[in-house]
Design a protein around this ligand. Structure first.
Ligand code: NAP
Length: 327
């Protein structure tokens, strides 16, 4: 098996097209976590050739970056660390804050937690409407020149915001939600990224676990698990999404001898210059990741998949519920 890779401008290593997302490891909004298991998961991913680790200070309220720092002791340079700035969480609930002063503080805090002196990819987590794009972008550009970060990205930005931002710094990546069920970027961000040679870090490629095929209608989420309030995981939509997953699984197995999980990852990888940010929190959850590599979905496959979705999803919905409040 050959791991598919691509290049991110500014980073001198080839980057695996499946990345490890660490949000759920932090436990916060995911019903708790297991630190030792998380560290094992990060090391396991790296040993398997998954070298891009995506995080954010707000994940686990600082915990995830600390776990990455510990996991990468002695092998920091084999990994490509992507983390973020621009959210503040004094009272536990994240708010947008992307002033120069805030970002300067965040980068220093992240470097300490990550036990490193540089961050490969530094991304603005959410656009802050109260701060001029130029202030945020100029700050990241200065950090890049100082060598504290190697490449700049943005997350959850519109095309207009990306355009404005990239007038002030060299932008390498965008990070929007993207999976078989959540495709809003097809009409704007994805074509924009292709046109401007930006790499797309697709978050939620398994739609918060739905597209793993392991959830069922009796699934109960912990009190603190964000999926408890997510309209995709509550009636009446949950049943419809589960029906779609079951039909996709049959299609994947009959036509390609693959699982729905592999199909979901392949679908993301086949859409353009994409990387799938897989949120695994145990080494076992990464089992079979290589099934996503080395094959492609045909135009016929894509038509079939769309037909399955049209027949099963009566009232699909985008992940807007995940946006943090503005200040
Ligand atoms: P995801 O990757 O679609 O789903 C993650 C969840 O799926 C896991 O926590 C796990 O839940 C379940 N799962 C994963 N592999 C599995 C397997 N083999 N079998 C069964 N269940 C499995 O969603 P995500 O974590 O929301 O997104 C991935 C990453 O994208 C994040 O970690 C983060 O790095 C990034 N992200 C960024 C933003 C942003 O605003 N920029 C927002 C969201 C996410 P259980 O352990 O509960 O089963």
């Amino acid at each position: 098996m050959r791991i598919e890779t691509l290049r991110i401008a500014g980073i001198d290593k080839a980057v695996s097209r499946i990345a490890l997302g660490t949000w759920s490891m932090g436990g916060h909004l995911w019903g708790g976590g297991d630190n030792e298991q998380s560290i094992r998961t990060i090391r396991h991913a790296l040993n398997c050739g998954i070298n891009l680790i995506d995080s954010a200070p707000v994940h686990g309220l600082g915990l995830c970056e600390t776990l990455i720092g510990k996991a990468l002791r002695g092998q920091r340079h084999s990994a490509v660390i992507a983390t973020k700035a621009g959210l503040q969480w004094d009272d536990g609930s994240p708010r947008r804050h992307a002033t120069a002063q805030r970002i300067r503080k965040e980068v220093e805090d992240s470097l300490v937690r990550l036990e490193t002196d540089y961050i490969d990819l530094y991304q603005v987590h959410w656009p802050d409407p109260l701060v001029a794009q130029q202030e945020t972008a100029d700050t990241l550009e200065c950090l890049r020149r100082e060598g504290k970060i190697l490449a700049v990205g943005v997350s959850n930005y519109s095309c207009a915001q990306i355009n404005d931002f990239s007038r002030h710094t060299t932008l390498a990546t965008v990070q929007p939600p993207y999976n078989l069920f959540e495709r809003a970027i097809d009409s704007d961000i994805l074509p924009y990224a292709k046109q401007h040679s930006l790499v797309v870090l697709a978050y939620g490629p398994l739609c918060r676990g739905l597209l793993t095929g392991s959830l069922h209608s009796a699934a109960r989420f912990a009190e603190d698990d964000g999926r408890k309030l997510d309209p995709k995981f509550t009636a009446p939509r949950f049943e419809h999404y589960l029906a779609a997953v079951a039909a996709l699984d049959i299609y994947a197995r009959e036509c390609h001898g693959k699982s729905v999980l592999a199909l979901a990852l392949r679908w993301v990888l086949d859409q353009g210059p994409t990387i799938a940010l897989w949120g695994a929190r145990s080494p076992e959850q990464l089992n079979g990741f290589e099934e996503a590599f080395g094959w492609h979905l045909s135009a016929d496959d894509l038509t079939h998949i769309d037909r399955i979705l049209a027949n099963t999803l009566k009232n699909p919905i985008e992940p807007d519920c995940m946006a943090p409040v503005k200040r």
